[in-house]
Design a protein. Sequence first.
Length: 306
Amino acid sequence: MRPFLCVYGHTNIDHLLTLKELPERNTSSNVLSKKSFFGGTGANVATMASALGVPTALISYVGKDLPPEFRQLMESKGVILDEMVEVDGKETPTVWIATDEKEDQVAFVFQGAMADMSSYPVQVKGAKDALAIHLMTGSPDYYLRLLAQPNLLRKRRGLDPAQEIHHVWDAERFQKALGFTDMLFCNRNELATALRYTGKEGPVELLDSYRGMQVIVNTLGGHGARIYGRNEVLDVPAAKVKVVDPTGAGDAFRAGFYAGLYRGKSWMECGALGCSAASFAISTQGSLTSIPDWGMVEERARSLLR
Ligand SMILES: Nc1ncnc2c1ncn2[C@@H]1O[C@H](COP(=O)(O)OP(=O)(O)OP(=O)(O)O)[C@@H](O)[C@H]1O
Ligand SMILES: [Mg+2]
């Protein structure tokens, strides 16, 4: 099947540890509980978008140690994995996050097979076949090489570096990438960094100065999302749900948003579908533990638009 959406990003194993108190340097703490989850920006968006009926390909670099159950989960939702590359001699990216009773956290990120992404040849098949390309965490140089490929200009091209905008991207590369994309996705802090990199006062000014840019989608946690279009600013309310674990909210939002684009919905409807999908993700621990289907997401989105 040809993908509608082609997602580039991480496929991770996430290990979540809880502790009474984070240890001081050169000391240790007992781990009270540990749980492991499948995650990563790319895998999250691709799996959830597929589950919402969007034909989606994932381009990601992993190791031979990728758990077969993870691949099976993605395949069972229909993710096209032809261009997911198992890199010889490398391991799957892995993250350890320790959280203590005060909700203070430390994270250790092992990039594994994604560490050398800038030197890999770009995978272009899915991107050429798809109508929308979504670029998440990963090498800016790789993504700039991809965006320079001919034939991509008529497609939807979403730039979404997530937290890597702060420490992996820089002003020069970010400005260059904006010149080749038409949608920017960011949360509050990420928008602040995007404005700093471009020297703009606000999102409207940013949108105005990149002619190809159609929309900035700014997620606002419990306040939902604000969508800046060329002629309008739309406020999308969040769903009112109990937050169990906010991890993966942003990724689920993207999946819902693309499920709307796939079905030709308006920006407002896409935003509501995003907030709806995110509300399912935050109601359980882990990102890919309870994946909603289209009917569930559409119904809750409708209630947000009333
Ligand atoms: N407390 C909440 N209540 C309801 N919806 C929420 C809440 N927090 C997040 N969401 C939903 O998730 C979406 C994304 O959240 P947020 O803006 O926090 O993204 P993020 O910072 O990228 O999250 P993360 O990277 O941790 O997944 C929001 O637009 C909203 O729809
Ligand atoms: Mg995020």
